[in-house]
Design a protein. Structure first.
Length: 198
């Protein structure tokens, strides 16, 4: 798929680009400076092109870097995502900043799985919503042959969320099969959190 955007796509592109770079540089998502710059560039292209597949992102980057082969850009992106160690706590904090602070947040927890070739992908995911949109906050890869998450995994993921946004910011927790179990864990986590001063 060819991405069609031009240098006139954003009227205030320089202001926008500088602001995004400033925000991203204040979060240490990648330790290496060169990789942090690559991450910033990738995020900007994601926003501008509104594409998430590597060939489409690479195509949009090619417009900015005339003369570079498309395959070279795709390999560079694959290397970046394959070799970089991303700070997911910093990414979660950055994503939370896009949410409204005027209302309580709604957390949705669910497990999903699908097959990717011969590999089975099984993920426990938590989304957070302020009523106007949803943001994927945390995920945990489950290595248990399509089984459900266990208590330890749910407690760990909720512990990270409480440390990030605090108990008082959360209005409701929504889950499906594990909904009844979530209430018990949530009560437990709130007690622990208040004892620790979060």
């Amino acid at each position: 798929m060819c991405v069609t955007y031009t240098k006139y796509s954003f009227r205030y592109e320089k202001i926008f680009t500088d602001k995004v770079k400033s925000i991203l540089s204040s979060f240490q998502i990648v330790k290496n400076k060169a990789r942090q710059d690559s991450f910033c560039q990738t995020v900007l292209v994601l926003i501008k092109s509104r594409q998430v597949q590597l060939p489409a992102i690479a195509d949009a980057m090619k417009l900015e870097k005339d003369g570079i082969k498309l395959t070279s850009i795709i390999h560079r992106l694959e290397d970046f995502f394959g070799e970089s160690s991303l700070n997911y706590d910093a990414i979660a904090l950055l994503l939370v900043l896009f949410l409204s602070t005027t209302s309580k947040l709604r957390l949705s927890i669910d497990r999903t799985n699908w097959e990717f070739g011969t590999c089975c992908v099984n993920i426990l995911m938590v989304l957070v919503s302020d009523g106007s949109g949803h943001v994927p906050l945390y995920f945990e890869l489950l290595y248990n042959n399509n089984g459900n998450s266990n208590a330890e995994q749910r407690i760990a993921i909720f512990g990270k969320i409480i440390a990030l946004i605090g108990v008082d910011s959360i209005g409701v927790v929504i889950g499906d099969r594990d909904g009844a179990v979530l209430t018990v864990y949530w009560s437990y986590l709130v007690k622990i959190s208040k004892r620790q001063g979060h």
